[in-house]
Design a binder for this molecule. Structure first.
Ligand SMILES: Nc1nc2c(ncn2[C@@H]2O[C@H](COP(=O)(O)OP(=O)(O)OP(=O)(O)O)[C@@H](O)[C@H]2O)c(=O)[nH]1
Ligand SMILES: [Mg+2]
Length: 434
């Protein structure tokens, strides 16, 4: 744990509900120590001050006696909430989005993530700035930087221009990663992405699967950009990426689109769930993850990983977790692992390897004529050929991917040949002939 996380800047937490565990964690990660927690139950924020005026007065008295460095609101707040509260409390007021942005700012270490964070910050700060300028001098626009309204407009234009130039740079980076992806596809390299809620143990699982050192911390959003390592001895890449979180404002998702979309292109997704928490939290986080994934990814590309089984909550029974999986994703298939202790990791590795291995035995017979040669070379691309004999006919035996069987059949049948296919003998599927 970083030093600035423990014993950080003092803060007062202001919440409209009792669900404060996550904001406490975010605050801790952003370097704050919550010294007061004020809950005023409301379905939505009070329009002017976020909480009622009586509560604001109470807080003002409290922090005039023992001051805090920040007031943290447990949701997204409007610019007017920030302005009004800061004016009365004379302390910096931050909402949940700003906390997340502050964490992202300290974690961004690649060019792409730095640009994404800068874009999100500009989009976040512009409405706040507008509110401040609007309120200065009782609603009249002040002589901003000595130039009045003209200078303000110029400033907004500058922000817009900067966002456009960030977008151009991000597009360039995206094109480069599209090319990289196309190269991987050509070379038949498969990608497996670790997805899931922040702090679920994705990077730990990356380390357990690949043996490579990656950043692992008990704080949210340790990983902000995509990192790729190979699965030893296989043509498989493991990709670690940014974690999900609930209620992320749309402008944040849009700013991080490059990174988030990387998940959708992978051949397999390991959706990591932290079982050290209670089933209710697990279910909430599972829903957030599925809401992001399922509109864009087929169900059979997702393997559910129940992680931290060494530290499973004493309140959890596997039957409850299974019921939760059935409620959220429709079945209870899952792989149990402890990324930290290593249990279950070998089984998971085998499962991944099996998924991408050429394990369908195939034998082909087709006429030997002028048209056969291009077909043979395509078959060599799609199969690990163990035997190839030429006489009146061409006989080829080898192994291929299940996903390529259809392509091979098409090639062979267009030449009036035939294909006999059998799955991995260990699976005992009978040979199929076409
Ligand atoms: N007990 C236990 N702790 C684990 C396990 N896997 C991960 N952790 C802990 O969970 C915390 C978060 O782990 P990370 O691997 O950084 O999680 P992440 O999903 O990559 O998190 P972000 O990148 O911040 O989204 C760390 O303190 C890990 O040591 C596990 O199997 N058992
Ligand atoms: Mg991580």
């Amino acid at each position: 744990m970083d030093d600035n996380v423990r014993g950080g800047k003092s803060a007062l937490l202001l919440s409209l509900n009792e669900d404060v565990a996550e904001i406490e964690e975010l605050a801790r990660t952003a370097g704050y120590e919550i010294v007061y927690e004020i809950v005023q139950k409301r379905t939505r924020p009070e329009p002017n001050f976020y909480v009622g005026r009586g509560k604001v007065k109470e807080i003002a008295e409290l922090i005039s006696e023992s001051p805090v460095e920040a007031v943290i609101m447990n949701s997204e707040a409007k610019p007017s909430h920030h302005y009004n509260l800061e004016s009365v409390l004379k302390a910096e007021c931050l909402d949940r989005t700003r906390l997340i942005l502050d964490i992202f700012t300290t974690r961004a270490n690649s060019k792409e993530s730095k640009l994404q964070v800068e874009k999100a910050r500009l989009r976040y700060e512009t409405p706040l700035l507008k509110e401040w300028i609007h309120n200065a001098k009782g609603g009249e626009h002040p002589g901003f930087m000595g130039g009045g309204e003209y200078a303000i407009d110029l400033y907004y234009d500058l922000i817009k221009k900067r966002i456009r130039s960030i977008d151009d740079e991000l597009l360039e980076i995206r094109r480069a990663s599209d090319q990289k992806r196309a190269r991987r596809e050509r070379n038949e390299v498969f990608t497996v992405t670790l997805a899931g809620y922040t702090n679920a143990g994705k990077s730990s699982l990356m380390r357990a699967l690949t043996g490579e050192e990656v950043l692992i911390e008990d704080r949210m959003f340790s990983t902000l950009s995509t990192t790729t390592r190979s699965l030893t001895g296989e043509n498989v890449l493991i990709v670690d990426t940014i974690g999900f979180i609930r209620d992320l404002p749309h402008f944040m998702i849009e700013s991080f689109r490059n990174t988030i979309e990387e998940v959708f292109y992978s051949d397999l997704i390991l959706l990591v769930i932290d079982v050290s928490e209670d089933v209710e939290s697990m279910e909430g986080k599972m829903k957030v993850s599925l809401d992001i994934l399922l509109p864009r990814v087929e169900r059979d590309k997702i393997i559910i990983i129940l992680n931290k089984i060494d530290n499973i909550s004493y309140k959890n029974h596997y039957t409850n977790i299974k019921d939760m999986l059935i409620r959220t994703i429709g079945d209870s298939d899952a792989v149990l692992v402890s990324a930290k202790k290593g249990s279950g990791v070998d089984d998971l590795t085998d499962k991944i390897k099996k998924r991408f291995r050429r394990d369908v035995l195939i034998s082909i017979k087709m006429p030997n004529n002028k048209r056969s040669q291009p077909a043979v070379s395509k078959i060599f691309d799609l199969c690990d050929v163990s035997k190839c004999e030429y006489s009146k006919t061409i006989s080829i035996s080898g192994r291929c991917h299940q996903i390529d069987v259809g392509k091979i059949r098409k090639i062979v049948s267009s030449l009036n040949g035939r294909v006999i296919e059998a799955a991995d003998p260990a699976e005992g599927r009978p040979p199929q002939e076409t």
